[in-house]
Ligand binder design. Structure first.
Ligand code: NAD
Length: 296
């Protein structure tokens, strides 16, 4: 089995790395803070001292980092993966980053004989723990086919989307739909609460009809329980909509609804709520309607 390097052991990366170990892959791990490295080392992974060292000791390197500059630094920066990688190495970036940067990194990798896939995920922490993530993949088909068993150890719905960056474009589309749906659910539940109808019953009724969605089901419940522990942090969703807006500008697609919700998420970050789950967006609607979405 391929020796896998894993860089970025946060909310998502740590359980994904665990699932690879469970599937029998030997693992070399690195993270900026040392605690998760030591945790996984105690479970059988090898610890490395830099991304370069991870690449030197791996056949496939996976990154699961917060944002575009982090991935650029870890792959193309000093002591990075590209410095340590030999021709034939495959890099799978599973972070959500700018599709244009993903394309640029794939081209830089190709110059060194390294294949690169962009393979962002959807499904959240629960999907990462259970190994049921949806994975949207861009890059060379041959690299995708070689890596499919590795991706299957972390996800269930694995879709090849096209050339470099195609996975990230798909993820941007995903993040638009999720953000707009959270806003729609928040607005609807705040209206119900203000109008004196139990929002818990409204959620239940809507789940049986055309307005049903995973967001209404999962985040609707979170909102009613006031459970804003992340989950998916507001600051990360703010970042994802910034990525979508940048892509829209680059290709000439106007995204008015995305722009609006990007600003609202930005306002949440400014208020110091960037670390809350994105379902906490409802608190803006509650403030505007002067109500609280709680079961009656
Ligand atoms: P996180 O902040 O919990 O974890 C990121 C990890 O990367 C941390 O352990 C951090 O120490 C490490 N790191 C940061 N910079 C580093 C560097 N230069 N070198 C080495 N390690 C570094 O983030 P997360 O929630 O795990 O998300 C990771 C990515 O997955 C993001 O792009 C996010 O948008 C995406 N994502 C998250 C979710 C979710 O529900 N949390 C769902 C889908 C996609």
């Amino acid at each position: 089995m391929e020796r896998i390097g894993f860089i970025g052991l946060g909310v998502m990366g740590k359980p994904m790395a665990r699932n690879l170990m469970k599937a029998g892959y030997p693992l070399v791990v690195y993270n900026r803070s040392r605690a998760p490295v030591e945790e996984l080392a105690a479970e059988g992974a090898e610890a490395a001292g830099s991304p370069k060292e991870v690449a030197q000791r791996s056949d496939v390197v996976i990154t699961m980092l917060p944002d575009t500059p982090d991935v650029e630094q870890v792959l193309a920066g000093p002591n990075g993966v590209f410095e340590g990688g030999r021709p034939g190495l495959i890099v799978i970036d599973m972070s959500t980053i700018d599709p244009i940067a993903a394309r640029r990194l794939a081209a830089q990798a190709a110059e060194r004989g390294i294949a690169m896939l962009d393979a962002p995920v959807s499904g959240g922490e629960i999907g990462a723990i259970q190994g049921t993530l949806s994975i949207m993949v861009g890059g060379e088909v041959s690299a995708f086919e070689r890596c499919l068993p590795i991706l299957q150890a972390m996800g269930r719905n694995i879709v090849y989307m096209g050339g470099p960056g195609a996975g990230q474009v798909t993820k941007a589309a995903n993040q638009i739909v999720v953000a707009l749906t959270i806003a729609a659910v928040s607005e609807a539940l705040a209206l119900a609460a203000k109008a004196g109808v139990d929002p818990a019953r409204v959620r239940q009724a809507l789940l049986g009809g055309f307005a049903s969605s995973r967001v209404l089901e999962v985040h609707g419940q979170r909102i009613l329980e006031r459970n804003f522990r992340p989950g998916f942090r507001i600051r990360l969703h703010h970042k994802d909509l910034r990525i979508a807006l940048g892509l829209g500008r680059a290709v000439g697609a106007s995204l008015p609804l995305t722009a609006l919700i990007h600003e609202w998420l930005g306002a949440m970050v400014t208020r110091g709520h960037g670390e809350l789950d994105h379902s906490a967006l409802v608190t803006l609607f509650e403030e505007w309607a002067q109500t609280e979405v709680r079961p009656m």
